[in-house]
Ligand binder design. Structure first.
Ligand SMILES: NC(=O)c1ccc[n+]([C@@H]2O[C@H](COP(=O)([O-])OP(=O)(O)OC[C@H]3O[C@@H](n4cnc5c(N)ncnc54)[C@H](OP(=O)(O)O)[C@@H]3O)[C@@H](O)[C@H]2O)c1
Length: 288
């Protein structure tokens, strides 16, 4: 039976990136829908769950994407609420690549650090990617300082993460200037920059001031990058004693995780792949 992936994209135009990855993950047929909302998704879910018998439903799966992560989360809840007992299909949520990117960053860091004993800082921690990086790090027992321009937004994100994982510790911080950001990085073995595309947090020449950072990862690929001393393609490149990854350097691992996650949807009809599940899969890939 053909493997059908049904792409629910909250943007008007279904993501070309997610479509290419679906094909590379071995999907036979891809049904792509744009402009998906909680108002119009239920009928499509019913189309997915009522067409094949329960024993064959593992050959149909749903991928939720789009640029607005909060919308993707709402769609994921709605999809799950539209299932009836065994009449369900596996579903993955990766709006804006948030889960696969965050998982890739943490498995990269884990090649060099014992995350459970790591003091980390996540710059741009209130965005979808930074939030998930902090969530995964905390879930692995790390002590995480989550930084935003607004201490209040940082505290809100930390509160939300505490509802998602009881492990680790989270400490919100507000920082806007380079000196304030450097101060937040002080004493941290892991620095992850997850700021918006084209936002530079640490300009050229300051990496050497991150004296305690064994690993630094910048996820922003759009110039100016988030940590200017790190090249976008750097992958485990040691710069002045710090092992560095740029956004494209992490991108290879991210692509592997994304493809493996899509492929795994077709192993059963009841998988729900969100942040913890995608990180677990990423760890298996890393350890294989
Ligand atoms: N490498 C990959 O494969 C990959 C995949 C997906 C995404 N990405 C990249 O990962 C990064 C994070 O993605 P995202 O979607 O989470 O980003 P985002 O939501 O656009 O921004 C993240 C945070 O950056 C801060 N920020 C925004 N504008 C700023 C400014 N002008 N100055 C300082 N801080 C600013 C905001 O925090 P506050 O307002 O709270 O300060 C925001 O919450 C992006 O650079 C994205 O391109 C990489």
């Amino acid at each position: 039976m053909k493997k059908i992936l049904i792409q629910f994209d909250t943007d008007a135009m279904p993501s070309c990136f997610d479509r290419v990855v679906a094909v590379d993950a071995g999907v036979d047929d891809l049904f792509s829908y744009g402009g998906i909302s909680t108002e119009n998704v239920v009928g499509l879910v019913h189309g997915a769950i009522f067409t094949r018998g329960p024993g064959s439903l593992k050959n149909t799966a749903i991928f939720i994407g789009g640029s607005r992560v909060a919308d993707g989360e709402a769609i994921l809840r709605k999809v799950q609420a539209s299932y009836y007992g065994p009449m369900r299909v596996s579903v993955m949520m990766d709006s804006n690549g948030c889960n696969t990117t965050a998982a890739a960053a943490v498995v990269a860091a884990a090649q060099h650090l014992d995350i459970s004993a790591t003091r980390a800082v996540v710059l741009g921690g209130t965005g979808p990617v930074g939030h998930r990086v902090a969530q995964i790090l905390a879930s692995q027992g790390a002590n995480v300082r989550l930084v935003s321009r607004s201490a209040e937004r940082a505290a809100e994100t930390c509160d939300l993460i505490r509802t998602q994982t009881e492990s680790g510790t989270l400490e919100p911080a507000g920082a806007a200037t380079v000196d304030e950001l450097l101060n937040c990085c002080h004493g941290r073995e892991l620095v992850v920059a997850a700021g918006a595309a084209g936002v530079c947090f640490l300009p050229t020449g300051v990496l050497s001031q991150l004296g305690d950072a064994a690993v630094a990862i910048d996820l922003n690929a759009v110039p100016p990058v988030g940590i200017a001393d790190i090249g976008v393609t750097d992958k485990a490149k040691v710069i002045g004693g710090t092992t560095c990854y740029g956004a494209i350097g992490v991108g290879g691992i991210k692509m592997k995780i994304h493809r493996a996650a899509v492929a795994s949807l077709f192993e059963a009809n009841d998988r729900v792949l969100d942040t913890p599940e995608i990180f677990s899969l990423a760890q298996n890939i890393q350890n294989a």
